[in-house]
Design a protein around this ligand. Structure first.
Ligand code: CTP
Ligand code: CA
Length: 225
């Protein structure tokens, strides 16, 4: 009967998730990206769908695949495209989770032709991308908004700051320097921190199990509001 309850946990809820890295072009053959595999975001999407939610998954370029019929996947490449897709789908969502690793900078100039090498050093000027999560926080109506924080040092301090500065309802703090946590692997270990500054530790487990715990905390905190 526990199984039955879990299947119904998010029944009828609309959940918007972003996952994976973004890709910022330099020229037709080169781009900047990061180590995100998308696995945590995809695990959240899959488990949310299994728990009854109707999921929209905005995905950067990853090798992960979705099978669940209640997941609608929207593929994007750049931070700008992710911004557009998240905002286009933001209204009427119950839960929004930003698990994506968005590029903070992109090349200021994108070359139409391949850049040829020359003697000496190359400098590429980078400009800031939009902070998608912060903009979603500023426009929040009824969505329960959850961010991720990927940190290598002082994870709790930086995580708390992001929760406040981006107007989040909760943040999943990921110490990516910890053994078994972070980018490419199939496991993770996180701290879930909500607006009331309540901390829940999720010890090392598969990304699917971590996703289940995160969704249970979210469900609990939505009921408390
Ligand atoms: N995020 C975003 N748009 C950006 C940068 C980050 O939506 N341009 C989101 C991420 O998806 C994540 C959260 O903000 O949910 C925190 O991302 P993180 O990289 O840890 O923090 P930043 O605010 O970018 O700060 P910094 O990289 O300097 O630690
Ligand atoms: Ca960042």
């Amino acid at each position: 009967e526990n199984h039955q309850n879990r299947e119904q946990l998010l029944a009828g809820k609309k959940v918007l998730i972003s996952a994976g890295p973004t890709r910022e072009k330099v020229d037709p053959v080169r781009f900047f990206t990061n180590r995100s595999s998308g696995k945590m975001g995809y695990a959240l999407a899959e488990v949310a769908a299994e728990l009854g939610a109707e999921v929209t998954l905005v995905s950067g370029p990853v090798s992960e695949q979705v099978n669940h019929p209640r997941i609608k996947r929207i593929d994007v490449l750049t931070a700008e495209e992710m911004y557009e897709a998240m905002h286009a789908n933001y209204a009427n969502q119950d839960i929004v989770i930003k698990a994506a690793a968005v590029a903070d900078y992109r090349p200021k100039l994108v070359h139409d032709q391949k850049v040829k090498k020359q003697d000496g050093n190359l400098q590429i000027e980078m400009e800031r991308t939009k902070d998608i999560l912060k903009s979603l926080g500023e426009m929040k109506t009824n969505q329960f908004l959850v961010g991720f924080a990927a940190e290598t040092n002082n994870p709790m301090d930086y995580g708390k700051k992001k929760l406040l500065q981006k107007h989040l309802d909760a943040i999943v703090i990921n110490d990516v320097s910890a053994e078994g946590a972070g980018f490419e692997g199939d496991t993770n270990m996180v701290t879930y921190l909500n607006e009331a500054m309540q901390q829940d530790e999720v010890s090392l487990a598969s990304k699917r199990e971590v996703a289940t715990r995160i969704l249970e905390f979210i469900d609990r905190d939505m009921k408390d509001e």
